[in-house]
Design a protein around this ligand. Sequence first.
Ligand code: IPE
Ligand code: IPE
Ligand code: MG
Length: 256
Amino acid sequence: MFKNTEDNHQLTNKLDPNNIPAHVAIIMDGNGRWAQKRHLPRIAGHKRGMETVKTITKVASDMGVKVLTLYAFSTENWKRPHDEVSYLMGLPVKFFNDFIPDLIKNNVQVRVMGLIDQLPAQTQKAVNDAIKDTEDCTGMVLNFALNYGSRLDITMAVQSIGRQVASGTLDPEKIDDQTISDHLMTGFLGQLADPDLLIRTSGEERISNFLLWQIAYSELVFTDVLWPDFDRVVFEEMMLEYQRRDRRFGGIKTSK
Ligand code: IPE
Ligand code: IPE
Ligand code: MG
């Protein structure tokens, strides 16, 4: 658990540039509680959380992260009150409106995974425009999970594999880990599809239907910090924690 209270602005210098996680995934949680603590409506937390996304995108890209996957809206988040859902659906419009020039300047490519067709028309347009506007960027991939659920992801992959088997283009005996990875919504990331580091903010220590297949060997790091308070210092502390881990993938300890 990390708190952003220490004076450790020199942390970047402590990070090993040769051991930066290539794919970082974040469950951005705690916007509502951040607002409640201030006697503000929950949407004030989402608004502030959007600013954190801008900060962390820039920090991650500067550090050399290759893929940053952000859980922005789950398939279960439709259960929330209508006003909150509509505010959340408007956020990508605001976010890309403000931030596309910076993303292009930083050579960041936007991608989105989830059931985009179910989003309101304006949100779909914002998302599709952002993907198009940044398609020539060759730096970090900023991958939003929007109306995403991992069980949905796996179900759709199984359906797609099933169709190939039924049509005779895929031999069931040939289905392996790679076949499944390729059919998931992270398949476009190729060798980078699985996160090296998964972060969740706000003190909750659960996965909430995020990347269930892909995190088989991810390092999980949690912080009590609420997403709107998350910043460079906390992020760097979590990266340092990642660098202290010994990833064995079922093998034996390597000498460090
Ligand atoms: C995360 O913050 C943002 C979304 C899930 C969209 P929450 O809105 O879940 O904030 P808490 O968990 O209620 O504090
Ligand atoms: C997970 O957060 C989804 C996102 C961050 C988009 P939730 O706040 O929806 O998860 P639970 O309900 O606490 O598990
Ligand atoms: Mg939450």
